[in-house]
Design a protein around this ligand. Structure first.
Ligand code: TXA
Ligand code: MG
Length: 528
């Protein structure tokens, strides 16, 4: 099919209108993103949209009107909240879902009993709809799964040869799709955030407006979608996108430590990164970020980016819309560097944790050892040591006033309540010291008692290192120069393998001959 390239001239707008009225497909500019329009009263025309986009047929289309007076015939009734929202925000970047009338066919509504209505603010969009003389149903004019197009070039990249015409009206003002809000089942709920914000709607309606959970958290398995569009993969560039939740210096340090071919940053205007980057805009300017987001995502693909580390946008106002799109581009992958530790490394004694820690150190992680922190907080004269003496007896001290670790271990591991006492005295101080030791964005907390101490809450992800009992026993005996029985006692005081496996995010095995380096690489590939 030959796609006509049209302008916004009087003549071309008439031509676009005629194509739409005749059942053809026309891509046209709106203030949000480019739409792929068809006659909304003609289900056969609407069906062509699904084919051109490769869109699942249960995902309904938004119906666009040029005048407010066109709304009433398309819906069963206009509820009071919808009326208020229309008065305040039509024309504008908002789509309001109401019960549909029989004028809206099954294809347009994706089989639902509702319809989303939108009156675009963009004048060329309204001229085209008016020229068509019918309401125009239009999804974003991208191939399904790609970022929405914010200029005619993007539409051409996806749709040339697949549709009848493209009207070039320049860049879209907003850059993310309209706010989708439903009033079809009573109280208003935002199904997709956009430039008309929750805060703006609350002001107009004089009551709270809720946000569907899937907006920020994605769909859980088996959850039915309030809006079918929620369940489909969206805005996915070919590169793996990871959202990095961190303050500016931590983000910079992290990205700069990951500099490798194929690594890009999607950052704010002032971020000092030394990998290739696309700047979304100024940190506080969510309008600018929304405006640039989709073009940026397309740009990464053009440049062959393999991994994109994106700065975390805000979550309120228009930033909620940016966050909602970006988190889908990232397949909900967020690296939380606000936690004291990125990786918690644990496992039963003798399993080979220190070897894994060394492998992580080679890959740029700062290793913070719980054992070392424990030594520091129980130094001669320390408050913790004094408390230990009170609890376990003065004779846990050596002649020189230092802690006799072997003796303390004997007493503390003799009975479960003694072990608990030891933990209650030492763990809080160990955790505090360990947290304060952090100087790098990527940190491993190497802690045999990661769970007993509650430190796993400080970790973004947890990894356990496992090895068979025989292997561990041999290693402990050799390492600590102790007999078989003492080694067995130590092993018995710990959680079993099943516990570690079920409580950590990743497990690696460290039997003699296992390739720990390769296992570590695989884990890091999954989280970084
Ligand atoms: O800004 C926009 O809204 C653009 C421009 C072209 O107007 N259009 C757009 O349409 O983004 P589309 O189809 O790409 O996204 C519409 C979203 C989809 O997630 C769809 O599932 C949801 O709105 N939606 C449409 N009608 C609905 C309905 N009756 N009930 C629930 N969700 C609906
Ligand atoms: Mg879309």
């Amino acid at each position: 099919m030959q796609t006509e390239l049209l302008t916004t001239s009087e003549e071309d707008v008439k031509r676009a209108g005629a194509i739409l009225r005749g059942g053809g497909l026309v891509a046209f500019p709106t203030e949000t993103v480019y739409g792929l329009g068809a006659n909304a009263l003609d289900d056969e025309a609407a069906a062509k949209i699904y084919a051109a986009k490769g869109r699942p047929s249960d995902n309904p289309l938004i119906v666009h009107v040029a005048h407010k007076s066109e709304v009433a015939p398309l819906v069963k009734s206009v509820p009071p909240d919808a009326k208020k929202l229309m008065d305040a925000f039509f024309p504008g970047p908002i789509s309001i879902i109401m019960q549909k009338s029989e004028k809206i066919g099954k294809t347009v509504s994706g089989g639902l009993h509702t319809v989303a209505i939108r009156m675009p603010e963009n004048e060329d969009a309204r001229r085209i709809i008016a020229a068509a003389g019918v309401p125009v149903c239009a999804p974003s004019a991208n191939t399904s799964g790609k970022p929405s197009p914010t200029c005619a070039e993007h539409v051409k990249d996806d749709m040339l040869g697949r549709i009848d015409a493209i009207v070039d009206g320049g860049a879209c003002r907003v850059g993310v799709e309209s706010t989708v809000v439903t009033v079809a089942d009573g109280e208003p709920v935002i199904l997709r955030p956009g430039a008309v914000t929750k805060e703006m709607m609350e002001k107009v309606l004089g009551k709270p407006v809720s946000v569907a959970r899937a907006v920020t958290e994605g769909m859980k398995e088996n959850e039915t979608a309030a809006s079918p569009g929620m369940k489909y993969k969206h805005y996915a560039p070919k590169a793996k996108v990871v959202i990095v939740d961190a303050d500016q210096p931590t983000y910079e340090a992290f990205v700069n430590s990951r500099a490798e071919p194929g690594v890009w940053a999607l950052c704010f205007a002032d971020d000092r990164v030394n990998v290739p980057c696309i700047r979304l805009g100024h940190a506080g300017d969510d309008g600018e970020q929304a405006h640039r987001l989709f073009a940026a995502l397309r740009e990464f693909d053009k440049n062959g980016a393999k991994k994109v580390y994106a700065r975390m946008p805000g979550k309120s106002g228009v930033a909620m819309a940016v966050y909602n799109r970006l988190i889908r581009a990232a397949a909900f992958d967020i690296l939380d560097l606000n936690k004291p530790f990125t990786l918690g490394l644990t496992g039963p004694t003798g399993a080979g944790k220190s070897y894994a820690a060394k492998a992580l150190a080679k890959r740029g992680f700062q290793i913070i050892s719980a054992d070392e922190a424990a030594r520091r907080v129980t130094e001669k004269g320390s408050p913790v040591l004094k408390e230990l003496c009170k609890a376990f007896g003065e004779d846990i001290l050596l002649q020189n006033g230092e802690l006799d670790r072997k003796k303390l271990a004997e007493r503390a591991f003799a009975a479960p309540d003694k072990t608990q006492l030891l933990n209650a005295i030492t763990h809080p101080a160990i955790l505090k010291t360990a947290r304060e030791a952090r100087t790098q964005p990527l940190t491993v907390f190497d802690a045999p008692q990661l769970f007993e101490s509650g430190a796993e809450k400080d970790c973004f992800k947890t990894v356990c290192v496992l090895a068979g009992e025989k292997t561990r026993k041999a290693r402990i005996m050799a390492r600590d120069e102790i007999g078989e029985e003492a080694a067995e006692r130590r092993m018995a005081a710990q959680f079993d393998e099943a516990f570690f496996v079920s409580h950590t995010d990743f497990a690696l095995t460290s039997e003699d001959g296992d390739d720990i380096e390769a296992q570590i690489d695989k884990i890091l590939e999954a989280i970084l």
